[in-house]
Design a protein around this ligand. Sequence first.
Ligand code: C2E
Ligand code: CA
Ligand code: CA
Length: 433
Amino acid sequence: MTILSYPDFLQTTSRILLESQNVPRHNAILLIEFERLPELDGVLGYRVVDDLVGQAAGMIRHALNPQDIVGTVGRYQITCLLTDLLTDEHASLAASKIMRVLAQPLLLNEHRINLFSRIGIAIKHSCNSCIDQLMRTANLALHGARAEREPVKLLVEQSTDSQPMGIDLLSDLEVAIEAGEIFLVYQPKFDIACGRITSTEALLRWTHPQQGAIRPDKLIQLVESTPLMTKLTLWIMNTALRQCSEYRRSGLDAGVSINFSAEDLRDPELADLVLQSLALWQVPAEVITIELTETAVMEDDAHALQVLHKFKEIGLKLSMDDFGTGYSSMARLLQVPLDEIKIDMLFVRNMLKSRMHERIVDTMINLGHQLDLHVVAEGVEDEATYARLQELGCDTIQGYLIGKGMPLPELIQTARNQILPPATSEKQASSGG
Ligand code: C2E
Ligand code: CA
Ligand code: CA
């Protein structure tokens, strides 16, 4: 009943997969991660965290059948090969069993520690799929679970020649970045008191040669936790700063907001890279806003907080995106050096239809102002909503009323008009958004 190191796990599972090639039974790989481990490293130290992972691996080993194989992947993940499954449901059942076992707190001296776990499952259907491929599929399933905030996600791997869509997309993206196939569009942020566009939000676009437009949020989910993420983020940041510098030179006195994902905040070098990019494109730091989702900001992560404080030292502004939809804690709201909140469009788009939604918007505007934060309402699609937001004291609006995400020349043209455009401009701008 041993727990294998990762190289031993790969070797053993490769052999088992090879031997079971002609057996009409399924195999599955489970990849299990623990959300709190990186944070516990800082509090308890590496040795203690390694012991906790060892305890968890032992509990998983105990919950599975003796012929299943258990190994570790790095310091924070555990993986298992389930053999001889009659149906895919058996893999889900095994995952539920593991979740139940891991839901019990681990014991550390007198302390009880909960490691919040998540499982990605890859099911092998094809006779000739290899362990590398199954591990990649399990990793994609785990990303999916993380992004969808589900405890378990299952992906079926069909065959060697039809890999899961994500893997194709990832390799295509690498080429697309090199070939300049991805681009940014800019959605205006309209300041109500100034009566003009004072900033924009850079939004990622990729038109895949075969699959057409790929949703940016889906793309980011897929890339997160792969080495491509840093490359993509640097490309986004550099492009946004270069184009911001370009529109500022053309006479549009506006900043730019860039979306960073939770994953980006794990990179301790990011702040220095931003600094270099600002110097290169000669854009003042104070016109740049970093938009973070509530989940990224709220993740109780000392490293992320450090990166955010570095951003502030440089002079960047921090904005909390999709405010009201994540898991906020008021205490955390005070810890994070925010400048802005963006009220999620879920509330804004329903505020004229539902009193409760309108009250929530009103409350969020007041809360933001009480904390000296700039308040942006996103998803403003009509004049009536704009008028009501103005009455409620909202500072900035963003949405199709002002314009969709648009390529640079169109943005410069829209800004030259600098008035609330009539509803028709929404269609004009739609080519980019
Ligand atoms: P987000 O940051 O909340 O961006 C706002 C999304 O709402 C954009 O969708 C935008 O086109 C859309 N939107 C804006 N105004 C309106 C409106 O009035 N009505 C409606 N119905 N929709 C509106 P998009 O561009 O598809 O982006 C989706 C998400 O993808 C973004 O949500 C953001 O989370 C992510 N994303 C986009 N670009 C990037 C990027 O460069 N980096 C990262 N990390 N994430 C990005
Ligand atoms: Ca955003
Ligand atoms: Ca948003």
